[in-house]
Design a protein around this ligand. Structure first.
Ligand SMILES: NC(=O)c1ccc[n+]([C@@H]2O[C@H](COP(=O)([O-])OP(=O)(O)OC[C@H]3O[C@@H](n4cnc5c(N)ncnc54)[C@H](OP(=O)(O)O)[C@@H]3O)[C@@H](O)[C@H]2O)c1
Length: 281
């Protein structure tokens, strides 16, 4: 049975046999991308933590949300030398202690704290909460603690209460990301990663190659920084789709992605590639 709440279970269409074997987490030299990565098994998902060539300076990353997405992205940041604090209402829970143990070999330090502590800690903050809890999480974090910061929004405003497929609580003329921007008017919100499975957000590996990543946000410099982070995470083609209104499309794409997984019965280990006619840019 597919775990739709967290989109976290590999689907039938993506057999585990395609997952790389456990390898050496650290490259022998600092300037070479390793061929294989560490697989960290954690209940229904695998997190990939690899050392990488990185273009972004080491920074402090606060993550609001300690679920599948928070843990996967936190692991990706820590593997690239960034110090990460995972934020949760229960930062001492066994699940979070296990994540800290699993990530202790990464180049960056990993810790956990409350939503408020993680947000205060981060120069960059990731919002990775269940949509229904997002406003509460921001309140607990303290909206002022986001001021002036780059905030990567990975949420999807999906409501599963009427069954599958879910519906978007914001759409067409609004989006969850725009709602978050209204809650946090002094933060620089950038939407990214929301239409791929958490286990594939870092070091994406698919049968057809590396799919596309799209980013949007109202601040061009913030979008560029997130595009650099995406490339560091292995997304070779990152397309800047402009201001935050673009999130209406990226969240609809996420809804389509869940719908596809549902109708195809293929699970969520799928992603999108934008193909252009030969001869065109
Ligand atoms: N899973 C995926 O593959 C995937 C992919 C793309 C986008 N997304 C989106 O990313 C977001 C996170 O997904 P996930 O799978 O990581 O979710 P998850 O595992 O269910 O984690 C949810 C997080 O939200 C927090 N939360 C839940 N209810 C809350 C409430 N009432 N108040 C405050 N915080 C609350 C939890 O905080 P505590 O730590 O305090 O319990 C938890 O850390 C969702 O919006 C989802 O749509 C998920």
């Amino acid at each position: 049975m597919t775990d739709w709440s967290g989109y976290g279970t590999p689907g039938r269409g993506e057999p585990n046999a395609s997952i790389p074997e456990i390898g050496d987490r650290r490259p022998e030299t600092g300037d070479r991308r390793p061929e294989t990565g560490d697989r960290i098994a954690n209940d229904s998902r695998e997190l990939y933590c690899r050392s990488h060539i990185k273009t972004t300076e080491a920074m402090r990353v606060g993550i609001v949300g300690s679920g599948n997405v928070g843990q996967a992205l936190g692991c990706g940041f820590a593997a690239r030398g960034h110090n990460v604090m995972l934020g949760s209402r229960t930062p001492r829970s066994a699940k979070i202690m296990a994540w800290i143990e699993e990530t202790k070999e990464t180049d960056g330090e990993t810790t956990a704290g409350t939503f408020r502590a993680a947000t205060q800690f981060g120069e960059v903050v990731v919002i990775a909460t269940l949509w229904a809890g997002t406003e509460n999480a921001i309140e607990l974090a303290g909206p002022d603690n986001f001021s002036g910061k780059l905030v990567i929004d990975v949420t999807n405003p999906m409501d599963f209460s009427l069954g599958m497929p879910p519906f978007l609580t914001h759409g067409n003329s609004d989006s969850g990301a725009e709602q978050i921007q209204r809650w946090l008017p002094r933060a620089r919100i950038v939407k990214a990663f929301n239409f791929v499975n958490s286990a594939d957000m870092v070091d994406p590996e698919y049968r057809g190659g590396v799919p596309d990543m799209f980013v949007c946000g109202n601040d061009k410099k913030a979008r560029n920084r997130v595009a650099d982070i995406c490339r560091d995470f292995g997304w070779e083609r990152v397309t800047d789709i402009g201001d935050l209104k673009g999130a209406r499309h990226l969240e609809a794409l996420a809804n389509f992605w869940v719908h596809l997984a549902h109708v195809r019965g293929s699970g969520v280990r799928q992603a999108f590639s934008l193909l252009t006619r030969s001869g065109q840019e």
